[in-house]
Design a protein around this ligand. Structure first.
Ligand code: FO1
Length: 445
């Protein structure tokens, strides 16, 4: 079975020598349900070797030991599963802009494929690799159900403008995945030395690993648990951080250990009720809106990316008296006056995860209690990237900018500091869930 051709696009034209096909895996770190790998396997056909390469960047911006530990545990499984399919896995280490072209030339690669990522670092790497090569470079969107460039060719205003486009395209793109066929012919490549890879890392060890199983199988297991135990309560309790009614799959989705399309297929297969509808809105429409934003707005992590009304209103309230003022260290150490805010910060620091509803409250209060909107944005993004397992994701940038700077939102009633950006307070939380229970659970850990 061929992949829908619109899932792929050409990043660089070139002459295919007929040598090995290389899939440069980066965002989508899995063997199954991966359109980029399926396409690479198909292009290799019966006569060409297929090699999967991952380039380990010893210090990926903002990432800590927590992220590398999680990612490497998952990649070890990826390498084992590929080996079972007679597809070699190569772990390079260093700057992809240099390592990829050297590796490709070394084995006489005929064709290079990679996965899609709208973020700056990845676009820079892909451009540099494309410039250094003279073979074709293809990109496949293996992360979104509807390829980001098909869903829309411009930055969307809000979920309401992207939603109809996605819904119209779902019958075509929400299709089943074919099985990945084993490699037909293989190169003799030794398995990676994972110990050496770990030892080569120059990352911040101040943020330690978390106790969450990593990899494709735990991701799928997490999906089964969600479908059975949590999805049936999602519509009613999804906003309650005490209820454990959310998927808990964000780390698996961020590292591409689990395909969002697989999740959507399994949820849809269980039938369409209010739970499925509410969850699919978040998983597909809202998540793909984040890729849309980062793809078409190169300033996706700056206030300059906010709509004009939001930039104007935040500026007009720049000199408002802040009720409390904290430094980045005070926020990081959870030393604010709010036991609820501190509990959310501690949940993130200790578990690598914060409930979605609390993420909004957490970011809005950083805006309210920081010296300027610019400083607030920097603090929130730094903490998010440092502690959340799913940091450095389009979802994170959009989530923080939604909370602080009105992206994908509209103006609300004007008030101090926030201006017309939507306000949130502890009373709102109290109306939604048992605040004390949340504080008791995370406040002291
Ligand atoms: N992608 C890579 O290709 N190589 C890496 O070494 C790497 C490290 C890394 C660490 C933390 C993290 O959150 C992401 C990391 N990624 C790496 C990228 C990731 O796969 C995603 O593509 C982006 O973070 C967001 O889309």
């Amino acid at each position: 079975m061929s992949i829908n051709p619109s899932r792929a696009r050409i990043l660089r034209q070139g002459v295919d020598s007929g040598g090995p096909v290389v899939y440069w895996m980066s965002r989508d770190q899995r063997v199954h349900d991966n359109w980029a790998l399926i396409q690479a396997r198909e292009l290799a056909g019966a006569s060409r070797p297929l090699v999967v390469v991952f380039c380990l960047v010893p210090s990926y911006p903002g990432a800590t030991l927590r992220h590398y530990d999680f990612m490497l545990r998952g990649l070890e499984q990826t390498a084992r599963d590929l080996r079972g399919l007679k597809i070699p896995f190569v772990l390079l280490s260093g700057d992809p802009a240099q390592e990829l072209p050297t590796f490709c030339a070394g084995i006489g690669t005929g064709l290079l494929l990679t996965d899609f990522d709208p973020l700056r670092v990845k676009r820079y790497w892909q451009d540099a690799v494309a410039r250094a090569l003279d073979i074709p470079l293809l990109q496949v969107d293996a992360h979104n159900v509807v390829p980001a460039w098909v869903a829309s060719d411009k930055q969307e205003y809000a979920a309401r403008t992207l939603r109809p486009k996605i819904h119209r395209l779902l019958p075509e793109y929400l299709e089943d995945f074919p099985e990945l066929e084993p490699g037909a012919t293989s190169l003799d490549i030794a398995p990676p030395d994972w110990g050496a890879a770990r030892a080569s890392l120059g990352v911040d060890e101040g943020v330690g690993p978390v106790d969450l199983p990593s990899g494709e199988s735990p991701g799928l297991q997490g999906l089964v648990t969600f479908l059975e135990e949590r999805l049936p309560r999602y519509a009613e309790q999804g906003n309650d951080p005490n209820a454990e009614a959310v998927s808990g799959l964000s780390a698996y989705l961020h590292f591409g250990q689990l395909s969002a399309q697989r999740v959507a297929l399994e949820v849809a297969r269980r039938g369409h009720d209010e739970n499925a509808e509410a969850f699919l809105e978040q998983l597909v429409v809202r998540r793909e809106l984040c890729d849309n934003f980062c793809l078409y707005n190169p300033r996706y992590d700056r206030l300059a990316a906010a709509p004009d009304w939001a930039q104007k209103t935040l500026d007009e309230h720049r000199d408002d008296l802040r009720p409390y003022l904290y430094s980045s260290q005070q926020f990081e150490r959870a030393e604010t006056h709010s036991a609820l805010w501190n509990a959310a910060q501690r949940q993130m620091v200790t578990t690598g995860f914060m409930h979605g509803y609390m993420r909004m409250f957490w970011a809005k209060k950083i805006l309210e209690w920081s010296a300027s909107p610019e400083q607030a944005l920097k603090i929130a993004l730094t903490l998010n990237d440092r502690y959340q397992l799913d940091g450095r994701d389009p979802n994170g940038y959009v989530g923080v900018l939604w909370s602080m700077a009105g992206i994908h939102d509209r103006p609300w009633k004007e008030r101090p500091v926030y201006g017309k950006v939507r306000y949130m307070n502890e009373n709102g939380c109290r109306r939604k869930f048992n605040v004390q229970q949340y504080i008791d659970k995370y406040g002291m850990i």
